[in-house]
Design a protein around this ligand. Structure first.
Ligand code: MN
Length: 253
């Protein structure tokens, strides 16, 4: 049994080296593994699955990129790998249609899964950053089904413009935020792990890859943080049979 977990690829037409690196990784590394978990921010932006209808009509190139990625994932799924997609804070509008075309299942955030013979909590990680109150307020709004329905009913060209605007705002406001509010709140981590009765948590989002030791209800626990992919460098966690998760970085071609 081999399970692979990745997150924060931020796939984007403007970052072709990451796309090519990921497609290479799928062929060389992921092929034949039992399960692949993608823990959010797989895409830098997602404005709705109907993007796939635009094809080459999409001037941003996102539609072509999404179709290529869906095809590649589908080939992996057809080879027997179970693929799970969790939303991140950038691609939370990713829906069932994309998941179906990719041969994947959408996985709620948080989810507890059985990995290496243990119960493991999987999250994207943004909900743990509770000190960023402005972001948490936006998150609450943006995860509401009515808000999402309202956005998805806008003409696609308007959504393309809105996504661009939201990204620019996010860059502006994040550059003014203190470093520590962009990281997880330690007490929130302990609380969420205790609520789910786990001693292992795997998440992404913060772009601070590391393995942290902590204590949950008096028991030793571990928090694994996946890294964000960069041109030339990828990150994964692998879990083999009943061994501990391993956080690894590797060069991308
Ligand atoms: Mn994120």
């Amino acid at each position: 049994m081999t399970t692979l977990l990745i997150s924060d690829l931020h796939l984007h037409p403007g970052a072709p080296h990451i796309t090519e690196g990921f497609l290479h990784w799928l062929d060389e590394r992921a092929r034949g593994c039992d399960a692949l978990y993608i823990l959010g921010d797989f895409f830098e932006a997602w404005i709705g699955d109907d993007l796939l209808d635009l094809g080459e009509q999409d001037p941003t190139g996102n539609a072509t990129l999404a179709a290529r990625i869906a095809d590649a994932l589908k080939r992996l799924a057809d080879g027997g790998t179970a693929i799970y997609l969790m939303h991140g804070n950038r691609d939370f509008l990713l829906g069932e249609r994309f998941a179906n075309e990719a041969g994947a299942s959408l996985l709620p955030d948080p989810s507890v899964v059985q990995l290496g013979g243990k119960r493991v909590l999987l999250m994207h990680g943004d909900s743990l950053c509770t000190r960023d109150e402005a972001y948490q307020a936006f998150r609450t709004q943006a995860r509401h089904p009515l808000w999402q329905q309202q956005i998805l009913s806008m003409p696609i060209q308007e959504r393309i413009a809105l996504a661009r605007q939201l990204r620019e705002q996010s860059f502006d406001s994040n550059s003014n935020k203190a470093e520590d509010i962009m990281d997880v709140t330690p007490a929130e981590v302990v609380k969420v792990m205790a609520e789910h009765d786990v001693t292992t948590l795997i998440h992404g989002h913060t772009h601070r890859p590391a393995v942290h030791d902590l204590e949950v209800d008096g028991r030793p626990a571990k928090r694994y943080v996946l890294g964000d992919w960069q041109p030339g460098q990828g990150w994964e966690i692998d879990v083999e049979d009943s061994s501990e998760p391993r956080l690894q970085t590797f060069p991308l071609p």
